[in-house]
Design a protein around this ligand. Structure first.
Ligand code: FES
Ligand code: FES
Length: 177
């Protein structure tokens, strides 16, 4: 199978039972993506697969032949941290760092989902644009556990990143008009 990880193409032979998480960590040496529970319960292994967030421990590598994976490593561009990573730093949104790569990938995915109008379990009006308020953020990030309970700051960081993202997009639209 072949797979692109953080912009680099890899070809590898894997046992059909190998999870994407094990392929990343054991075969490709991408140890930023963490193995917490290996059961789909902690979110530490979250990566972006073809732009959508997935739990890599529950994803079979061979099923994703040809796909594009972005881990927390690959979010930076030209040496600049991703705005979500910046927001986590600015808001002291992590402590141990074990859950952080998954939290950041998940936050990037959650902001994109909201932008595309994907509702969550707490979205009241399914026809309106999604606003990432603290309740929406808590719900959308609920699959990512933090044993240090940095949740308050994580929600603040995602809220700030979502607000900045919306402002950036609207100013880009203004410039294009
Ligand atoms: S390691 Fe995948 S959800 Fe915990
Ligand atoms: S900062 Fe990693 S578990 Fe909380």
């Amino acid at each position: 199978m072949s797979i692109t990880v953080d912009g680099e193409r890899h070809t590898l032979d894997v046992d059909p039972r190998t999870s994407l998480l094990d392929a990343l960590r054991e075969r490709l040496g991408v140890t930023t993506t963490k193995k917490g529970c290996d059961h789909g319960q902690c979110g530490a292994c979250t990566v972006l697969l073809d732009g959508r967030r997935v739990l890599s421990c529950l994803t079979l590598a061979v099923a994703k032949d040809g796909s594009d994976v972005v881990t927390a490593n690959g979010l930076a561009t030209d040496g600049d941290l991703h705005p979500v990573t910046e927001a986590f730093l600015a808001n002291d949104a992590y402590q141990c760092g074990y859950c952080t790569p998954g939290q950041i990938c998940s936050a990037v995915g959650a902001i994109d989902e909201a932008r595309r109008g994907v509702p969550s379990a707490v979205t009241a009006d399914l026809t309106a644009d999604v606003t990432l308020d603290r309740t929406e953020i808590a719900e959308r990030m609920s699959g990512n556990l933090c044993r240090c309970a940095a949740y308050v700051n994580i929600v603040t960081a995602v809220e700030e990143a979502a607000r900045d993202d919306a402002a950036r997009r609207s100013s880009t639209l203004e410039t294009q008009r």
